[in-house]
Design a protein around this ligand. Sequence first.
Ligand SMILES: [Zn+2]
Length: 474
Amino acid sequence: MRESDTLERAYRLRAYPTRPQQRAIGRLIGAARFVWNWALWRRSDAYKADKSQLNWIALSRELTVLKRAAETAWLAQLPREPFNQVLRDQERAFANFFAQRARYPRFRRRGGKASVRFTLDQRRAQVARGTGKERWAYVQLPGLGRVKLRRTEALMGRLRSVTLSRDGAGRYFAAITADGVPLTEALAAKVAAVGVDAGLRVLATVHDGERARPFPAPKALAGRLARLRRYQRHQSRQLAAQMRAQGLDPTQPCPKGMRLGVSKRRHRTRRRIAREHARIADLRRDALHRVSTGIVREAKVIAIEALRVKAMARGMGRRAFRRGVADAALGELRRQITYKGAWAAREVVPIDPFYASSKTCSGCGAVNAALKLQKHWQCFACGAQHERDVNAAKNLRAEGLRVLGMRGSSPATGERPESNARGVACAADAAAPVTVLPLQRRPTANREPAQSAARRETRRAPSGTARRRVRAGL
Ligand SMILES: [Zn+2]
């Protein structure tokens, strides 16, 4: 297999360490923090003394000496590998600092990012990947032994490193980085292009040009949210009680510098809230993964709304809260579609949020500026009956094909081609094999090159829709 047919990626798996392994992971995380801070001291001391710069190999030698000292002998009982990894990570952090890509590396405190990383030895098979539909995979790690991992997909390629971490709800995860992963997802697309409208109760509505398909949010989510609100009510009641017990007025904010005691009950509520938050995030992410995988399998071209610039703060009412949650879900969905799209050689087209996908009639192009939040509406110009989400998804699809056509062809000549004709032409293009560019680059959450390119394009050449919007007085 040619290298260009492969990609780098990370697998995130839930880990199920045994009790002794959990204790060992806790010790390793603490020791990794100690080594990081110690190395940072050594680097700054050496620099102050004679402007010398210690590299990780020199520090690794010093660490060996440190292990022989009486008060740091506990280090010697722990496996070596995660500490070398810490020193290498710090070296990279300094390189980024000197290249002015990052701030000066900081000391790590307890309660911060709690994780520990192991490099995998390529000469030994440390990971039992499991085959077919097996539920478990295992990774053999120094000082820990065999750690059990929940397997949700096939682990492909060369597995490079494993990072073990623990979240606020006390769950463990293993992030495995891999390279040389073959492009298995590049299946033939069933349809040329879809538009994706993201929402809350219906996570996404997908329109393929002929019909729309809703992806509803999981039912369990509503129950979880209700429970979270209940716990939050408990928390505020318990907080008020604590303030009264300390002679404070609970209707006033707690004075600065005042420390409130934490009762056993309050502690328990706090833990419950953290766990509920984690489960809700999981449910939502899981559901979104199903949606994004489905969409990427289905279509060659995927049009989805680009990042909305944050509206000015108008106070955090119920609607603002819902808006915020919806934006977060849209962001996560777009992130997943973007990187999965890169794996499967799909064209993901971000649509400028100024494009009024909800308010534009997908039949005649008239813009219903007065449209509020109603689910159904009728076009004042052509009389068409619309379902809000379906209409928006259909519009996003058409707009995606238009943007794509503009990007591919010469700059707009001034005449406005019929949007349908254009759509068909682009659909034909879309069916042709597409060369994938960003393969060697790891798809990351923040990097969305296609998006900014498309945005620039949209700005440069105002299109039919933009002009229609201007005429409609928007
Ligand atoms: Zn209409």
